[in-house]
Design a protein around this ligand. Sequence first.
Ligand SMILES: [Mg+2]
Length: 126
Amino acid sequence: MDKCVLVVDDNDFNRELVRDILEDEDITVYEAEDGSSAIELLESEQADDIDAVLMDVRMPGIDGIETTKIIRTKNGKCTDVPIIAMTADGFGTEMEMLQKIGMNGLISKPVDVNTLVEQITELAGW
Ligand SMILES: [Mg+2]
């Protein structure tokens, strides 16, 4: 598999939207609708395929922040996977906080196609 991104978002519509954008770029998309499923996926055999993660910050249950912390502190094979936060809150001091807990980038919602593709391409090292 060439390019693969895991999209973690509790909102079906958002996942669908991001999937369409990425698939247009010939990127394979895996989906998780919550933090627990994302963590599970990143520990499974499919984890080997994943080049980057798009992580919604606000999710019921384990939110994007906690999910990222768990991914970063596990001893699994995906502890270094690039993680890009998706949030409607915009930029500012939040990016500093997100970097501290191990996120690599930030995308504002509504998602801009070019920004999304550029950030993922850069962070995934394609
Ligand atoms: Mg959400």
